[in-house]
Design a protein around this ligand. Structure first.
Ligand code: AP5
Ligand code: ZN
Length: 216
């Protein structure tokens, strides 16, 4: 199973990708998570990426493509993967195609999670992430058992650096301008499936799971 999960910021890509990776036993490759880990470790990549992320802008294509290529080499691409947050521009999609071709595999499906803009803002104001393991919660829609503490690892839950309203608005604008064209790109390749993401997490999850069941 080789899939791309796309959708606007806050659509629930990360939430669904983690659950899918677990049930299907494939790797989740989340560019946002990789970049945040680099920022936290203070690496050269992290320092460069932070300048873009804090402003709600995309990190340059060549940087991201390099990261994904490296990550895909480390996993068993024949077994499968879930790309979460990549590709985000047409050049990234074209690079991905080349990378996969070099590896002798192809994408099976691109799942586009559709959520209206007004709903997205609500999701950001309530999002909390674990500073240790990156698990994502929502104070109303997906609360942890104990307030402020991660169910999985006991880590502290914090607000993501780029989740203030101004940066969120910017990220959604960037999505509309740079990422949305990928919907037509993948539709023309007959890979696109739209999923209504404006329903409870479990309902969305069941629908994606059913859709993917037939795939190896
Ligand atoms: P990234 O981390 O990928 O952020 P994003 O795309 O903005 O997406 P989010 O992680 O904010 O949202 P999500 O869709 O994963 O939603 P989540 O599941 O958390 O990227 C961050 C930055 O890194 C970018 O701005 C850019 O600078 C850089 N970057 C990353 N990839 C890049 C690339 N390819 N190219 C260039 N730059 C790149 O859910 C959101 C909230 O809603 C949570 O609280 C969750 O609990 C809740 N929720 C989820 N589903 C539901 C539901 N169905 N109902 C109610 N609540 C829900
Ligand atoms: Zn945790």
């Amino acid at each position: 199973m080789r899939i791309v999960l796309m959708g606007p910021p806050g659509a629930g890509k990360g939430t669904q990708a983690k659950k899918l990776a677990e049930v299907f036993g494939v790797a989740q490759v989340a560019t946002g998570d990789i970049l945040r880990a680099a920022v936290q470790q203070g690496t050269a990549l992290g320092k460069k990426a932070k300048e873009y992320m804090d402003r709600g802008l995309l990190v340059p294509d060549e940087v991201i493509t390099g990261i994904v290529r490296e990550r895909l080499r480390e996993i068993n691409v024949k077994k499968g993967f879930i790309l979460d947050g990549f590709p985000r521009t047409i050049p990234q999609a074209e690079s991905l195609e080349k990378i996969l071709e070099e590896m002798g595999v192809k994408l099976d499906t691109v799942i586009n999670i559709v959520v209206p803009r007004e709903e997205l803002i609500e999701r950001f104001t309530g999002r909390r992430v674990c500073e240790m393991c990156g698990s994502t919660y929502h104070v109303k829609y997906n609360p942890p058992k104990q307030e402020g503490i991660c169910d999985k690892c006991g880590g502290r839950l914090i607000v993501r650096a780029d989740d203030d309203v101004k940066t969120v608005e910017k990220r959604i604008d960037v999505y509309e301008r740079e990422t949305k064209p990928l919907i037509d790109y993948y539709r023309s390749k007959n890979l696109l499936v739209n999923i209504d993401g404006n329903r409870p997490i479990e309902v969305v999850f069941e629908e994606i799971k059913d859709l993917l069941k037939g795939e190896g």
